[in-house]
Design a protein around this ligand. Structure first.
Ligand SMILES: [Fe+2]
Length: 211
């Protein structure tokens, strides 16, 4: 059974992304433009209404550590994906990077602290180490409408406030197609994994697990 159409604002976003990708080969420019397109989609009232339906259980969404993402769209030609993430109150992600992928993280409801980290052991972006030393460099308080651009190998974490936080994530490629690092500050160990579980979900009405 195929799904009914996606929300008009989502179809517009996808069409605009595809056209822009075709004309913007420079990756920094491409993802800055994508940030603007995501901002337009996130301001759409129907997209906000849809976010109210996103489940935070039993799909492992919003759990600390290795959480799951709703997979709302994967582009058949360019590979970019639209994910959604729900964080339960006070949930914390691990300290991690997104490997080779580019990521836009747009808060639609709630708010949280986004922390950035750097390695102090001389390690380089692109390493897949067994141990590493990291320290936090910046914390940004983010709320609805804020869109963070996370470049390949940037180390970060998100600490939710005392409320539900919903976000749309645009990734340059689907989780599971690239390896990423998790940094454990307690013993400086590093683990490699293949990213959040992907849970197909329809970005239209009725909002439900995708057929
Ligand atoms: Fe992340």
């Amino acid at each position: 059974m195929s799904n009914p159409p996606r929300l008009p604002a989502v179809e517009t976003f996808i069409a605009d992304m595809r056209a822009m990708f075709a004309t913007t080969p420079d990756l920094n420019a491409r993802w800055e433009k994508a940030r603007g397109l995501l901002g337009v989609m996130l301001r759409d009232p129907e997209v906000k209404k849809h976010a109210d339906t996103w489940p935070d259980s039993p799909a492992k969404l919003g759990l600390e550590g290795k959480h799951g993402n709703l997979l709302l769209y994967e582009d058949p030609d360019w590979g970019f994906c639209v994910n959604a993430l729900i964080k339960k109150p006070t949930a914390k992600t691990t300290i991690h990077d997104h490997g080779v992928s580019w990521t836009l993280y747009g808060v639609i409801e709630g708010g949280e602290d986004v922390l950035r980290f750097e390695r102090t052991d001389g390690g380089k972006p692109g390493d897949l180490p067994k141990s590493a030393v990291v320290r936090d460099t910046d914390t940004v308080k983010v709320g609805p409408g804020y869109i963070d651009l996370i470049k390949p190998w940037e180390i970060h974490a998100e600490y939710n406030g005392d409320h539900r936080t919903a976000a749309v994530i645009i990734r340059s490629q689907r989780c599971g197609t690239y390896v990423q690092n998790i940094f454990y500050a307690k013993d400086n160990s590093v683990e490699q994994y293949w990213g959040p579980q992907q849970i197909p979900f329809h970005f239209g009405w009725p909002a439900r697990a995708a057929a």
